[in-house]
Design a binder for this molecule. Sequence first.
Ligand SMILES: [Zn+2]
Length: 267
Amino acid sequence: MIIQNVNIQTQQPAWWFIFSHNQLLQIETAPGVPNLPASLLDYASHHLEQVTQIGEYQGHPCYLIDMEGEQPEIEGTEWLSLRHFLMRNDQELFQIAARAWQVAVFLRTHRYCGKCGSRMHRIDWELATQCPSCEHRCYPRISPCIIVAIKKGNQILLAQGRHHQHDMYSTLAGFVESGESLEQAVHREVMEEVGVEIGNLRYFSSQPWPFPHSLMVGYLADFKAGDIKVDGHEIIKADFFDFDNLPYTPPPFSIAGQLIKATIEGK
Ligand SMILES: [Zn+2]
């Protein structure tokens, strides 16, 4: 549910997702974002015309305000990254923050028409922008990205990406290319990144990942053939690890962490 030009009940409590640059306004001493009526949140009450409703949480509406480059000091709050928010909050609230961020990014990057250069208008009955001159319409971008856990007996294939932090090993992942099915993308990425063949591919689950607009589509697979040969670009190290002797891996709230757990549990 994403609604623009909402009628805000200024006396009713709401959750406020307020972005500035790439940071989210968060409560200083506790997890979460401000949960107040608009009338009590000074900034919100001055910018009600910019509000987009992006869902509900615990019976209260969730509102987005994008301040772009402005970053005022608001008492009892601090500006922190979305990744920081992910570490401190439950999955449901993070998903709403993720949606808010993706909507903000969409609106920031679709001010002008990509076909004719005119200023775009927002459509008020769905989340889209439309060009008044040539009618070109744009929707928020979602980039599908496959992620796969590969099992070989009592071992799992994990790799260290060039951009992974703290020597973390994870499952393989990569963006789906134009004209490719999800399954083709899995086979291609695995072959490109570590040079092995896989089989018994099974869909696991998906997770929106707002850095900046991925949809992670998770698979479980079995090793089939080949020797590990890392590509040296995206992947710098990869190996099969015994289930009882894993390296440092992603946390369980990430789909990578869930895929590793499911592989070990023999799913
Ligand atoms: Zn146009």
